[in-house]
Design a protein around this ligand. Structure first.
Ligand SMILES: Nc1ncnc2c1ncn2[C@@H]1O[C@H](COP(=O)(O)OP(=O)(O)OP(=O)(O)O)[C@@H](O)[C@H]1O
Ligand SMILES: [Mg+2]
Length: 200
């Protein structure tokens, strides 16, 4: 037999091993995606602005060389949502911003409340001084496993973030930052407060 050539049974064995690994990888992927889209939520009345602040505090070690500009005001951004999930969503966005600046630059976090009758919509914007996101990629970056320009990227951060925002009845989109030279991630969430929590 020529060195490197496989016999029939060796070829069968190799193909079986490839098939087993492909099935295992498929199962792992499905488990990750199921986890990311889990419907198990624990909703409470929470203030989005305070949640973002808690995330910034949590990420403090990653923000040492970053100037953080907060324009969240003292306004209360009441929403009815799952605090852990919304924290996870903001952390994914903040980490992307930090990574896009290679850990050095300016990060801007701002919030606006739009009221409409008794309910409201809250818009939270995370902007960075890193790279802008070209228009051709603005939909694709939310696809599972889409990653670009990172050695360690898995490509699940924005996919998970979008799932969480959608499950809360909101939207997430990308634009150029109006204040800095990089990207802006714009999250809009409805209050969804049960009637007994309505405030003037
Ligand atoms: N603020 C941003 N500025 C520039 N590019 C961004 C920004 N946020 C996301 N991207 C681009 O979108 C891609 C997808 O982001 P996503 O968070 O889903 O995956 P990732 O960061 O590569 O990996 P993971 O979050 O799973 O570790 C990134 O790889 C990056 O190219
Ligand atoms: Mg990411």
């Amino acid at each position: 037999m020529i060195s490197g050539e496989l016999s029939g049974s060796e070829m069968d064995e190799s193909l079986n091993a490839i098939r087993r690994n492909a099935i295992r990888a498929g199962n792992t992927t499905r488990a990750i995606l199921d986890q990311a889209s889990s419907d198990a939520t624990e909703n409470t009345q929470m203030d989005l602005a305070r949640t973002v602040e808690a995330c910034l505090y949590f990420l403090k070690p990653r923000l040492k060389k970053i100037e953080v500009v907060q324009d969240l005001s003292s306004e209360t951004h009441w929403v009815w949502g799952d605090e852990n999930q919304l924290q996870q969503m903001f952390i994914n966005l903040l980490l992307n911003a930090v990574e896009s600046m290679n850990g050095k630059g300016t990060l801007r976090v701002s919030g606006t409340v739009f009221t409409r009758g008794a309910t409201g919509r809250h818009c939270l914007v995370i902007e960075d001084s890193g790279k802008r996101i070209p228009e051709t990629l603005r939909t694709r970056i939310f696809d599972p496993f889409f990653t670009q320009g990172k050695a360690q990227g898995v490509g699940l951060g924005l996919f998970v973030a979008q799932r969480i925002v959608t499950q809360h009845g909101g939207t997430i989109r990308v634009d150029d930052s109006q204040h800095l030279k990089g990207a802006a991630l714009i999250v809009t969430l409805p209050s969804n407060l049960p009637k007994e929590h309505y405030r003037e």
